[in-house]
Design a protein around this ligand. Sequence first.
Ligand SMILES: [Fe+2]
Ligand SMILES: [Fe+2]
Length: 251
Amino acid sequence: MANITEIAPNIYRISVYAQWGDLQFNHFLVKDDEPLLFHTGLRGMHAEIREAVSKLINVSDLRHISFSHFESDECGALNEWLAVAPKADVICSQVGALVSMNDFIGRESRGLADGDCFSTGKYRFRYCQTPHLPHGWDAGVLFEETQKTLLCSDLFHQTGDVEPLTISDVVDRSYQAMKGYQAGILAEYVPYTPLTAQNLKKLADLQPKTLAIMHGSSFTGDCARALDDLSIVLREVFGRKVQEQMATAVE
Ligand SMILES: [Fe+2]
Ligand SMILES: [Fe+2]
């Protein structure tokens, strides 16, 4: 049974804990004149997530479906959603629309450029393109400007069946999770590229008040500082080896 928590006014976190990965999968529904779902979830979780969404809105009223990058937990159940919510448009990056999405759904998706905005009624969303952050050429995140909520996908990934919303530090939890993954098949979760720090700085400059996090607790508090700290953590976990290799190559 999915857990539903309102993490900010009209922003609902629909969470499913998967024992097999000791991991939560969180999907965010924004209730407004034109309801928006961020992350479709895995196909295998669709029935459970759809049932949870149906407690909040009529599923067929869903008008926007968005996600960060082309990956099963982000958008695997997209066609299942479009079958029950045919009025919904699909919002992603321009590169995502071109290289994956239009083919995947068999019709035009709505590819947004960095900084493009749209409204769902009283809420206003800004598309932030973040190539290769958290991963994927097509990656981006959505920022809801009126309440300053950043729908930030895999950033701040935490393991465990944790509380829906916290005011305590999520960066250290995420550091521990990503460091742990480095020892197994989930290593190199976030590629450290020349764009990583500037992507995170761009998000910190938005001064979010709430981080809607895909895996783990959402966070409310000093989000700009959390993003700055995450930048340090990503450099430490994923960037150090790259920088050492580059230094060796120069010698
Ligand atoms: Fe991902
Ligand atoms: Fe994810």
